[in-house]
Design a protein around this ligand. Structure first.
Ligand SMILES: [Zn+2]
Length: 438
């Protein structure tokens, strides 16, 4: 069966050399396999990682039917007394959910997750708490399989927790092609956001000399143009298109392993999505992370393209932090944190003047450096449409006014300097958002 692992194989082996520097990396994952089908190979893949261990396979009723049953049958064929399964009927990635997984798998020495976001993150966090290794058979493409973090709700509040990642990550494209189309479109959105994240992160580096590395982007660039070209084949089950998306999602998830931060794939577009998760409350339409990031990527691309395609630089002024309205809207605990985060990157009159002088001298060179890593707005939008992504807040069934509030408020939730800060500290986000397509 055709192998689509590509450059990930070299990363697993540690043989990939970064062009230019020749640097080699240890990504800390024992195996990643992406194949057209893994049928018949499941037991061998696991036997290479775990010998004579008590293994519990964790799935939910849907992923059990899609893939879990097959894996259980394959693994228990010659080894039935070592293999058990837990089909989790009430799967939810929360403190309570993770406690359920830990109780149900207490006898196991190793867990095998079969699923997508909820199952993978719950098993990842449960194994971190119980100091057990785990591997995963994916049922959709997604960045989260290769990350070392889990997104877990505590009392309804989502937190991203650093854990140990999976040891083996296995993708059977014939299984992935049968996953709900929404998951494929969301995965596309959560990797195409590379463009807005890179522009923001590189801009912060150029303007303020904050740390930056382009290693993740070198790897993503192997597949991004092909993925955009095949955008309209993502949902039709085309195995090459899906292979590309799966590979690029896995590389996106590895970003933190090269940079020790999440900046390479998570800037303002992610802050807007986080804002929605944190503050939409009853107005949350239950859209997923990737779907929200997709809509926010369109917004950020719109802002980035309009600022950087203009030959006139923005006229910066000192950052105004609306402390009393933040306090009124969010209460003291959250607003204190927002004020603290914003102060780290806030422009003073002096630094705003210095930026204006810099822009007067260097604007064309700054915008051409950033323009070189920025996808044109129209290209981004049409490729996302072709991949079935939601494009606007209306598509997400999210209240328009709340979405505009999220765009305006997102800059306050993190210290990461982005195009939201440039726009808000020049023309003002309020004036711009009025004309945003939402
Ligand atoms: Zn993301």
């Amino acid at each position: 069966m055709t192998d689509h692992t590509g450059v990930l194989q070299e990363l697993v082996d540690g043989t990939w050399r970064e062009p230019g520097s020749g640097t080699q990396y240890d990504i800390g994952i024992k195996n990643i396999v992406i194949k057209e089908s893994l049928d018949g190979e499941e037991a061998e893949l696991i036997a290479k990682l775990y010998q004579n261990k008590r293994i519990t396979i964790v799935s939910d009723p849907f992923t059990h039917e899609a893939f879990g049953q097959r894996i259980f049958n394959a693994l228990s064929k010659d080894n039935s007394n070592q293999i058990s399964e837990f089909i989790w009927k009430t799967a939810q990635c929360s403190d309570i959910g993770v406690a359920e997984v830990r109780a149900a798998t207490a006898d196991a020495q190793v867990l095998i997750a079969v699923g997508s976001g909820t199952i993978n993150d719950s098993v990842k966090y449960a194994c971190f708490l119980d100091d057990k290794p785990y591997s995963v058979f994916a049922t959709s493409p997604m960045n989260a399989f290769t990350t070392g973090t889990a997104s877990v709700s505590f009392d309804g509040f989502k937190r991203s927790i650093s854990c140990r990642g999976a040891e083996g990550i296995f993708f059977d494209l014939s299984v992935l092609s049968a996953c709900p189309p929404r998951l494929i479109s969301a995965a596309f959105a959560d990797v195409i956001c590379r463009t807005t994240a890179q522009v923001d992160w590189l801009m912060s580096h150029i303007l303020f000399d904050t740390p930056y590395t382009d290693t993740p982007y070198t790897l993503l660039a192997y597949d991004e143009p092909g993925m955009i070209e095949c955008a309209d084949q993502m949902l039709s089950g085309d195995v090459n298109a899906l292979g590309m998306l799966t590979r690029i999602s896995a590389i996106m998830g590895l970003g933190t392993r090269f940079t020790n931060t999440t900046h390479s794939g998570s800037m303002a577009e992610h802050q807007i999505s986080h804002y929605i998760d944190m503050f939409a409350g009853d107005r949350h339409p239950r859209s997923s992370h990737g779907e929200q990031v997709g809509v926010a990527t369109i917004t950020m691309s719109h802002l980035q393209n309009s600022v950087l395609n203009s030959s006139t630089p923005p006229l910066m002024h000192a950052t105004h932090i609306p402390e009393s309205s933040l306090l009124q809207r969010f209460g003291s605990k959250i607003s204190d944190n927002m004020i603290e985060q914003t102060k780290i990157k806030a422009l003073t009159e002096k630094s705003a003047d210095a930026l204006n002088l810099r822009f007067a001298d260097d604007w064309d060179s700054i915008r051409s450096t950033l323009g070189a890593v920025m996808l044109p707005y129209k290209e981004l939008r049409s490729s996302m449409q072709a991949a079935g992504c939601q494009i606007t807040a209306t598509d997400l069934e999210l209240d328009k006014d709340f979405y505009l509030e999220a765009v305006q408020g997102a800059r306050f939730i993190r210290d990461r300097f982005s195009m939201l800060d440039i726009v808000d500290d020049s023309a003002g986000l309020e004036s711009i958002t009025a004309s945003l397509p939402v």
